[in-house]
Ligand binder design. Structure first.
Ligand SMILES: [Zn+2]
Length: 193
């Protein structure tokens, strides 16, 4: 299903794109709701995938001011995600951290030899070497690629990584609850794991 979404021409210029965004924003200004003073009223951070089919605010019908949303490719616990989670805990009183994977995640490739070769060819040796230095590990690990179909396992693994970090560094009484979930792209349903 891909009805009613805009697909922009490959040739679109930067100015045209900016104009496009301005027009989209005008629609938002007309229907803007929520709060402009309260931040994080649902006391929860949701970490989801960058995938545009996973619109976290919409999935939970959240308005501005309610949910703290983090997105990255594969909903991975990275150093920067930890940084934002700590801000949410200590500055915004977050009580719950939801790690939400999704079906059909493009970060799931590792049992697919062809895809790995394709990605390595695309990135090129220079970039791979740089990433290896930055990440201090195999670049594909650094990206957080995981095995095809293992959406649940990846979300659970990320939750465990976060739990370990919190246990080692934060007193129990300051720790948020961690919740693991999976979003089904076809049905729109969220299942808690
Ligand atoms: Zn994804």
């Amino acid at each position: 299903m891909n009805n009613l979404i805009d697909i922009l021409d490959e040739e679109i210029s930067k100015d045209q794109f900016k104009e496009y965004l301005v027009n989209r924003n005008k629609e938002w200004i007309k229907k803007k709701n929520g709060s402009s003073s309260i931040n994080g009223s649902l006391r929860a951070v949701i970490l989801g995938c960058i995938d545009s089919r996973v619109p976290i605010e919409k999935i939970f019908q959240s308005k501005p001011g309610e949910l703290l949303v983090l997105k990255n490719a594969g909903n991975i616990i990275t150093l920067d995600v930890l940084r934002s989670i700590l801000v949410a805990i200590y500055e915004l009183n977050a009580k719950f951290i939801v790690i939400m994977g999704h079906t059909d995640c493009g970060m799931a490739i590792l049992d697919n030899e062809k895809k790995i070769i394709h990605i390595k060819e695309k990135l090129g040796n220079n970039l791979l070497e740089t990433l290896e230095k930055i990440g201090n590990k195999d670049p594909l690990d650094w990206f957080g690629f995981f095995n095809q179909g293992k959406w649940n396992e990846n979300a659970k693994e990320q939750a465990q990584t976060l739990k370990n970090f919190l246990d080692e560094n934060i007193p129990k009484e300051n720790q948020p609850e961690i919740i693991t979930a999976l979003y089904d792209i076809e049905s729109g349903k969220v299942v808690f794991l």
